[in-house]
Design a protein around this ligand. Structure first.
Ligand code: DAT
Ligand code: MG
Length: 149
């Protein structure tokens, strides 16, 4: 089953949006298989955002992500990688549609509340980077036959 890596950034935690974010993924029909609250080391932040290391916003991004606790999660379900990106909305919250997390709660790209893997391959790498195998729980929700035919 497909999995994606989702992280509620320090602004989302400070703004008390943890429950709201988890709720949106739960009610959509996805399954939570990993969850932890953690302070992010500079090393982990730099690895996670390695593709952006040459960008002018990189230093600020690393400073922001390491500035307070984040909630790291793994969600599972058919098409979860692309669907999560839709639930999250466009990178710039002012361009994100209302009804998306960034569209409903954000106003600036440097405080866009949440990260979601951008492709299935990226998701695999990010899950391996953020979670040990034993931190992930394989389980079968009893709702499955009501979500999948
Ligand atoms: P996304 O998080 O939607 O995958 P991304 O991978 O292009 O977006 O960028 C990663 C993060 O970097 C993004 O969530 C916020 C920050 N960022 C991107 N573009 C930025 C910019 N122009 N100015 C400041 N921060 C930016
Ligand atoms: Mg990205």
């Amino acid at each position: 089953m497909e999995r994606t890596f989702i992280m509620i950034k320090p602004d989302g935690v400070q703004r008390k949006l943890v429950g709201e974010v988890v709720r949106r993924f739960e009610v959509k029909g996805f399954t939570l298989v990993g969850l932890k609250l953690m302070k992010v080391s500079k090393e982990l932040a730099e690895k996670h955002y390695d593709v952006h290391k040459e960008r002018p916003f990189f230093a600020g991004l690393i400073e922001f992500i390491t500035s307070g606790p984040v909630v790291a999660m793994v969600w599972e379900g058919d098409g979860v990688v692309a669907s999560a990106r839709k639930i999250i909305g466009a990178t710039n919250p002012l361009s994100a549609e209302p009804g998306t997390i960034r569209g409903d709660y954000g106003v600036t790209v440097g405080r866009n509340l949440i990260h979601g893997s951008d492709a299935i391959e990226t998701a695999k790498n990010e899950i391996n980077l953020w979670f040990q195998e034993e931190e992930l729980v394989n389980w079968q929700p009893t709702l499955t036959p009501w979500l999948y035919e």
